[in-house]
Write a protein that binds this ligand. Sequence first.
Ligand SMILES: NC(=O)c1ccc[n+]([C@@H]2O[C@H](COP(=O)([O-])OP(=O)(O)OC[C@H]3O[C@@H](n4cnc5c(N)ncnc54)[C@H](O)[C@@H]3O)[C@@H](O)[C@H]2O)c1
Length: 245
Amino acid sequence: MDQTLAGKTAVVTGAARGIGLGIAEKLVRSGCRVAAWDIDLTPLIDAPMGQEFRQVQVDITDLNSVTAAVETTIKKFGTIDILVNNAGINGPTVAAWEYPEEAWDRVLAVDLKGVFLCCRQIIPTMRKNGSGRIINVASVVGKEGNPLAIAYSAAKAGVIGMTKSLAKEVVDDGIYVNCVTPAMTETGLLEEMTADYIAMVKAKIPMGRLCTVSEIADMIAWIAGPQCSFTTGAVFDLSGGRATY
Ligand SMILES: NC(=O)c1ccc[n+]([C@@H]2O[C@H](COP(=O)([O-])OP(=O)(O)OC[C@H]3O[C@@H](n4cnc5c(N)ncnc54)[C@H](O)[C@@H]3O)[C@@H](O)[C@H]2O)c1
Protein backbone atom coordinates (compact mmCIF):
# COMPACT_ATOMS: atom_id res chain seq x y z
CA MET A 1 0.00 0.00 0.00
CA ASP A 2 1.14 3.56 -0.81
CA GLN A 3 2.11 5.18 2.51
CA THR A 4 3.81 8.29 1.07
CA LEU A 5 1.91 10.55 3.46
CA ALA A 6 2.26 8.43 6.61
CA GLY A 7 2.21 10.50 9.78
CA LYS A 8 0.79 13.59 8.06
CA THR A 9 -2.48 15.34 8.94
CA ALA A 10 -4.62 16.89 6.23
CA VAL A 11 -7.66 19.13 6.18
CA VAL A 12 -9.87 18.64 3.12
CA THR A 13 -12.70 21.15 2.76
CA GLY A 14 -15.96 20.10 1.13
CA ALA A 15 -15.06 16.49 1.89
CA ALA A 16 -18.54 15.13 2.60
CA ARG A 17 -19.13 14.15 -1.03
CA GLY A 18 -17.97 14.39 -4.63
CA ILE A 19 -14.40 15.31 -5.43
CA GLY A 20 -13.55 16.26 -1.82
CA LEU A 21 -14.59 12.84 -0.52
CA GLY A 22 -12.47 11.18 -3.23
CA ILE A 23 -9.48 13.32 -2.20
CA ALA A 24 -10.02 12.52 1.50
CA GLU A 25 -10.22 8.77 0.79
CA LYS A 26 -7.06 8.86 -1.34
CA LEU A 27 -5.14 10.74 1.37
CA VAL A 28 -6.25 8.20 4.00
CA ARG A 29 -5.08 5.39 1.68
CA SER A 30 -1.72 7.20 1.44
CA GLY A 31 -1.30 7.00 5.22
CA CYS A 32 -2.65 10.44 6.12
CA ARG A 33 -4.99 11.38 8.94
CA VAL A 34 -7.77 13.47 7.43
CA ALA A 35 -10.12 16.05 8.91
CA ALA A 36 -13.10 16.14 6.55
CA TRP A 37 -14.47 19.67 6.79
CA ASP A 38 -17.93 20.41 5.41
CA ILE A 39 -20.92 22.64 6.02
CA ASP A 40 -23.21 19.64 5.52
CA LEU A 41 -21.91 16.34 6.86
CA THR A 42 -25.17 14.45 6.15
CA PRO A 43 -23.70 12.32 3.31
CA LEU A 44 -21.13 10.95 5.79
CA ILE A 45 -23.67 9.84 8.43
CA ASP A 46 -23.22 6.17 7.61
CA ALA A 47 -19.54 6.41 6.67
CA PRO A 48 -17.21 4.29 8.79
CA MET A 49 -15.21 6.58 11.12
CA GLY A 50 -11.72 5.13 11.44
CA GLN A 51 -9.10 6.62 13.74
CA GLU A 52 -7.57 8.45 10.81
CA PHE A 53 -10.79 10.13 9.64
CA ARG A 54 -12.57 12.90 11.51
CA GLN A 55 -15.62 14.90 10.41
CA VAL A 56 -15.67 18.60 11.25
CA GLN A 57 -18.67 20.83 10.63
CA VAL A 58 -17.63 24.25 9.28
CA ASP A 59 -18.81 27.12 7.16
CA ILE A 60 -15.65 28.25 5.36
CA THR A 61 -17.16 31.69 4.65
CA ASP A 62 -17.22 32.46 8.39
CA LEU A 63 -13.99 33.36 10.18
CA ASN A 64 -15.19 32.20 13.63
CA SER A 65 -16.37 28.90 12.20
CA VAL A 66 -13.01 28.30 10.46
CA THR A 67 -11.13 29.21 13.67
CA ALA A 68 -13.22 26.71 15.65
CA ALA A 69 -12.64 24.00 13.01
CA VAL A 70 -8.87 24.55 13.20
CA GLU A 71 -9.02 24.17 17.01
CA THR A 72 -11.11 20.99 16.78
CA THR A 73 -8.73 19.51 14.20
CA ILE A 74 -5.59 20.32 16.19
CA LYS A 75 -7.18 18.96 19.39
CA LYS A 76 -7.85 15.68 17.60
CA PHE A 77 -4.73 15.28 15.48
CA GLY A 78 -2.13 17.60 17.06
CA THR A 79 -1.26 19.62 13.95
CA ILE A 80 -2.11 20.31 10.30
CA ASP A 81 0.46 19.52 7.57
CA ILE A 82 -1.69 19.64 4.44
CA LEU A 83 -4.65 21.83 3.47
CA VAL A 84 -6.75 20.97 0.42
CA ASN A 85 -9.14 23.82 -0.34
CA ASN A 86 -11.78 21.93 -2.30
CA ALA A 87 -15.19 23.22 -1.12
CA GLY A 88 -16.93 25.21 -3.83
CA ILE A 89 -20.27 26.02 -5.39
CA ASN A 90 -21.25 26.73 -8.99
CA GLY A 91 -23.93 29.37 -8.61
CA PRO A 92 -26.71 29.83 -11.16
CA THR A 93 -26.28 29.49 -14.94
CA VAL A 94 -27.41 33.00 -15.91
CA ALA A 95 -26.25 35.79 -18.23
CA ALA A 96 -24.05 38.44 -16.58
CA TRP A 97 -26.65 41.19 -17.03
CA GLU A 98 -29.25 39.11 -15.18
CA TYR A 99 -26.93 37.48 -12.63
CA PRO A 100 -28.38 38.08 -9.13
CA GLU A 101 -26.16 40.17 -6.85
CA GLU A 102 -26.75 37.77 -3.90
CA ALA A 103 -25.60 34.83 -6.03
CA TRP A 104 -22.42 36.73 -6.99
CA ASP A 105 -21.74 37.44 -3.29
CA ARG A 106 -22.34 33.82 -2.26
CA VAL A 107 -20.15 32.28 -5.01
CA LEU A 108 -17.31 34.70 -4.26
CA ALA A 109 -17.74 34.07 -0.51
CA VAL A 110 -17.46 30.27 -0.78
CA ASP A 111 -15.12 29.87 -3.76
CA LEU A 112 -12.69 32.72 -3.07
CA LYS A 113 -13.03 34.16 0.45
CA GLY A 114 -13.45 30.66 1.90
CA VAL A 115 -10.09 29.61 0.45
CA PHE A 116 -8.48 32.76 1.88
CA LEU A 117 -9.96 32.21 5.36
CA CYS A 118 -8.82 28.57 5.54
CA CYS A 119 -5.30 29.56 4.43
CA ARG A 120 -5.25 32.51 6.85
CA GLN A 121 -6.21 30.39 9.86
CA ILE A 122 -4.05 27.33 9.09
CA ILE A 123 -0.82 28.96 7.88
CA PRO A 124 0.30 30.00 11.42
CA THR A 125 0.37 26.30 12.41
CA MET A 126 2.34 25.40 9.27
CA ARG A 127 4.78 28.29 9.87
CA LYS A 128 5.38 26.98 13.40
CA ASN A 129 6.10 23.56 11.88
CA GLY A 130 8.42 25.08 9.26
CA SER A 131 6.60 23.08 6.57
CA GLY A 132 3.24 22.62 4.92
CA ARG A 133 1.41 21.98 1.69
CA ILE A 134 -1.61 23.88 0.42
CA ILE A 135 -3.43 22.64 -2.66
CA ASN A 136 -6.34 24.67 -4.01
CA VAL A 137 -8.97 23.13 -6.27
CA ALA A 138 -9.57 25.81 -8.90
CA SER A 139 -11.03 24.90 -12.32
CA VAL A 140 -10.17 25.10 -16.00
CA VAL A 141 -12.99 27.65 -16.00
CA GLY A 142 -10.68 29.98 -14.06
CA LYS A 143 -8.28 29.91 -17.04
CA GLU A 144 -10.71 29.80 -19.94
CA GLY A 145 -13.91 31.43 -18.63
CA ASN A 146 -17.26 29.74 -19.23
CA PRO A 147 -20.27 31.69 -20.49
CA LEU A 148 -23.19 32.01 -18.03
CA ALA A 149 -20.84 31.47 -15.08
CA ILE A 150 -19.39 34.93 -14.44
CA ALA A 151 -19.02 34.61 -10.66
CA TYR A 152 -17.60 31.07 -10.78
CA SER A 153 -15.13 32.00 -13.56
CA ALA A 154 -14.00 35.09 -11.63
CA ALA A 155 -13.70 33.24 -8.32
CA LYS A 156 -11.67 30.38 -9.80
CA ALA A 157 -9.36 32.84 -11.63
CA GLY A 158 -9.01 34.51 -8.22
CA VAL A 159 -7.98 31.21 -6.64
CA ILE A 160 -5.23 30.86 -9.26
CA GLY A 161 -4.00 34.39 -8.48
CA MET A 162 -4.16 33.76 -4.73
CA THR A 163 -2.13 30.56 -5.17
CA LYS A 164 0.67 32.43 -6.95
CA SER A 165 0.71 35.31 -4.45
CA LEU A 166 0.59 33.16 -1.32
CA ALA A 167 3.26 30.78 -2.63
CA LYS A 168 5.78 33.64 -2.69
CA GLU A 169 4.79 34.80 0.82
CA VAL A 170 5.34 31.48 2.57
CA VAL A 171 8.11 29.84 0.56
CA ASP A 172 10.72 30.74 3.21
CA ASP A 173 8.55 28.99 5.82
CA GLY A 174 8.81 25.71 3.91
CA ILE A 175 5.17 25.92 2.82
CA TYR A 176 4.39 25.17 -0.83
CA VAL A 177 1.15 26.36 -2.40
CA ASN A 178 -0.17 24.99 -5.68
CA CYS A 179 -3.52 24.58 -7.39
CA VAL A 180 -5.19 22.15 -9.80
CA THR A 181 -7.54 23.13 -12.60
CA PRO A 182 -9.86 20.22 -13.47
CA ALA A 183 -12.24 20.19 -16.39
CA MET A 184 -15.79 18.94 -15.83
CA THR A 185 -15.58 15.84 -13.69
CA GLU A 186 -17.65 12.69 -13.43
CA THR A 187 -19.59 13.19 -10.18
CA GLY A 188 -23.21 12.85 -9.09
CA LEU A 189 -23.81 16.38 -10.39
CA LEU A 190 -23.84 15.06 -13.94
CA GLU A 191 -27.25 13.52 -13.27
CA GLU A 192 -28.64 17.06 -13.08
CA MET A 193 -27.29 17.99 -16.54
CA THR A 194 -28.76 17.28 -19.94
CA ALA A 195 -27.01 14.89 -22.32
CA ASP A 196 -26.65 17.77 -24.82
CA TYR A 197 -24.87 19.96 -22.27
CA ILE A 198 -22.46 17.16 -21.30
CA ALA A 199 -21.77 16.47 -24.99
CA MET A 200 -21.04 20.18 -25.57
CA VAL A 201 -18.52 20.20 -22.70
CA LYS A 202 -16.85 16.97 -23.86
CA ALA A 203 -16.47 18.46 -27.34
CA LYS A 204 -14.18 21.17 -25.89
CA ILE A 205 -11.83 18.51 -24.45
CA PRO A 206 -9.31 17.04 -26.94
CA MET A 207 -9.24 13.75 -25.01
CA GLY A 208 -13.00 13.55 -25.63
CA ARG A 209 -14.00 12.60 -22.09
CA LEU A 210 -14.55 14.11 -18.66
CA CYS A 211 -12.06 14.15 -15.78
CA THR A 212 -12.45 11.52 -13.05
CA VAL A 213 -12.40 12.03 -9.28
CA SER A 214 -9.51 9.59 -8.92
CA GLU A 215 -7.40 11.54 -11.45
CA ILE A 216 -7.83 14.67 -9.30
CA ALA A 217 -7.22 12.79 -6.02
CA ASP A 218 -4.09 11.06 -7.35
CA MET A 219 -2.59 14.33 -8.59
CA ILE A 220 -3.33 16.10 -5.30
CA ALA A 221 -1.82 13.27 -3.24
CA TRP A 222 1.33 13.54 -5.35
CA ILE A 223 1.50 17.35 -4.97
CA ALA A 224 1.06 16.90 -1.19
CA GLY A 225 3.88 14.38 -1.00
CA PRO A 226 7.68 14.49 -0.78
CA GLN A 227 8.26 13.84 -4.48
CA CYS A 228 6.77 17.22 -5.38
CA SER A 229 9.71 19.13 -3.93
CA PHE A 230 10.61 21.93 -6.35
CA THR A 231 7.22 23.38 -7.35
CA THR A 232 5.24 26.18 -5.73
CA GLY A 233 2.80 28.76 -7.07
CA ALA A 234 2.01 26.41 -9.94
CA VAL A 235 -1.19 25.48 -11.73
CA PHE A 236 -1.46 21.72 -12.41
CA ASP A 237 -3.67 21.10 -15.42
CA LEU A 238 -6.37 18.39 -15.44
CA SER A 239 -8.26 19.38 -18.55
CA GLY A 240 -7.56 16.60 -21.05
CA GLY A 241 -5.80 19.09 -23.31
CA ARG A 242 -8.44 21.84 -23.23
CA ALA A 243 -5.96 24.26 -21.65
CA THR A 244 -2.37 23.81 -22.79
CA TYR A 245 -0.84 26.43 -20.49
N1 LIG B 1 -17.49 18.79 -10.60
C1 LIG B 1 -16.78 19.34 -11.54
O1 LIG B 1 -16.99 19.11 -12.73
C2 LIG B 1 -15.65 20.28 -11.18
C3 LIG B 1 -14.73 20.67 -12.17
C4 LIG B 1 -13.68 21.53 -11.82
C5 LIG B 1 -13.55 21.98 -10.51
N2 LIG B 1 -14.46 21.58 -9.57
C6 LIG B 1 -14.30 22.09 -8.21
O2 LIG B 1 -14.09 20.98 -7.35
C7 LIG B 1 -14.59 21.28 -6.06
C8 LIG B 1 -15.53 20.18 -5.59
O3 LIG B 1 -16.59 20.07 -6.52
P1 LIG B 1 -17.70 18.90 -6.45
O4 LIG B 1 -18.17 18.71 -7.84
O5 LIG B 1 -17.18 17.75 -5.69
O6 LIG B 1 -18.86 19.68 -5.65
P2 LIG B 1 -19.96 19.09 -4.62
O7 LIG B 1 -21.07 20.09 -4.66
O8 LIG B 1 -20.26 17.67 -4.88
O9 LIG B 1 -19.19 19.18 -3.22
C9 LIG B 1 -18.84 20.41 -2.65
C10 LIG B 1 -18.84 20.26 -1.13
O10 LIG B 1 -18.52 21.54 -0.57
C11 LIG B 1 -19.36 21.74 0.55
N3 LIG B 1 -19.53 23.18 0.83
C12 LIG B 1 -20.24 24.10 0.10
N4 LIG B 1 -20.23 25.29 0.70
C13 LIG B 1 -19.48 25.14 1.84
C14 LIG B 1 -19.12 26.02 2.90
N5 LIG B 1 -19.53 27.30 2.92
N6 LIG B 1 -18.34 25.55 3.90
C15 LIG B 1 -17.93 24.25 3.91
N7 LIG B 1 -18.26 23.36 2.94
C16 LIG B 1 -19.03 23.81 1.91
C17 LIG B 1 -20.69 21.09 0.17
O11 LIG B 1 -21.50 20.82 1.31
C18 LIG B 1 -20.22 19.83 -0.57
O12 LIG B 1 -20.09 18.72 0.29
C19 LIG B 1 -15.25 22.66 -6.16
O13 LIG B 1 -14.36 23.67 -5.73
C20 LIG B 1 -15.52 22.79 -7.65
O14 LIG B 1 -15.61 24.13 -8.07
C21 LIG B 1 -15.50 20.75 -9.87
